[in-house]
Ligand binder design. Sequence first.
Ligand SMILES: [Mg+2]
Length: 232
Amino acid sequence: MNRYRTLFFDLDHTLWDFEANSYATLDYIYRSFELDKSGIVDFEAFYQVYKAHNERLWDRYRKGFIKREELKWKRMWLALLDFKIANEKLAREMAAVFIELLPRQQQLFPHTIEVLDYCKAKSYDLSLITNGFEDTQWKKLETTGLSAYFSHVITSEKSNSVKPEPGIFEYALNLTNSNADQALMIGDNLDVDIAGAMGAGIDQVYFNPGKQDHEHKPTFEIACLRELLEIL
Ligand SMILES: [Mg+2]
């Protein structure tokens, strides 16, 4: 028996397959807005450009340089600009559809439900710590049926802090009545989930499905969620 009682999961890219779900949503947007007729002939090229802008803007959002509203439409705006389309109205319309449809997508990483069932059966207390937006994250959880597994969904909006800051982890420990040494954070992002939990004295599981090289020293590292069964 290990000493962990409380498990903190990240949601995006850890349980909820953000990549597959945003790909499907953007593919729908590309087709419904007929972007091929606006000169973007290749969806794949559009997706790669969008992805790069989205990652950069998320980084700026986490650092407090931009607000949520700006993040939402500017990633579309910048992606369109790369194809010489300077159309703010179109960018804002695409952003609205994206925000509406993305959380309705249902693709999870392999073994998500199996692992959560196992953790519940073993009486672990499960919560989520996510930097995602409160309303968006709840829609994802309801659509996928994941909401039933978690006692708390700790977001940056609720905790007034953002991973990797210690504040959001301290908030989570208080809320779940846990000590840091009884808690385990499971997440896909080294700088956000792993370094953040480490800074708060919480052990970590780095979910690294792409088996990327890195220099961090997480407590555990897995490439498949099913490997959690050996740890827990
Ligand atoms: Mg993540």
